[in-house]
Design a protein around this ligand. Sequence first.
Ligand SMILES: [Fe+2]
Length: 174
Amino acid sequence: MIAPIGPRVGVNAAFFRELKEDDPDLLSLVSRLERAASASRPGAERLLRAADLADRMRRKLASRFELEETFGYFERPRDVSAAVCDAAAVLRAEHCALYDEICELADALAYLAWSAASENINCDAEFFAMADFCNSLRRHEEEEDALIAVAWENHVPRLAEDVTPVAGPAFAAR
Ligand SMILES: [Fe+2]
């Protein structure tokens, strides 16, 4: 794993735990997207379903990533191992690529779904891309969960000044 160049990044494990417990719908939405991408339904019905779910995922990730980057990740942590900082920097940096990917897919599916000839359009490329996106997002969530567990064990912030929220330079600054 090669950490992006920039300030050291820490993890507010307490905030992340609360965020993920309060909003467990993300992985369920991933599963529904995977089913939509692999379902053997008639073309138009499958497209409408996938386009709707992709749009929901786009909106879900916009709010989730903004919260994570504003309150979950923070810069210049104290007493945090280099391994945790490197993993946090990599995971935070992945948000932009994941969000760009779901926006592109949502736009492509919406266009295809509402085109007059959607019954006969071959959407295999979009559905393969959707399956890849779901795998990437699932892995991102798993690695983030593992990082939160390590950060929780190693460094639970106890003082308000221990965590200074700094909006991530990548996603939250858009
Ligand atoms: Fe994340």
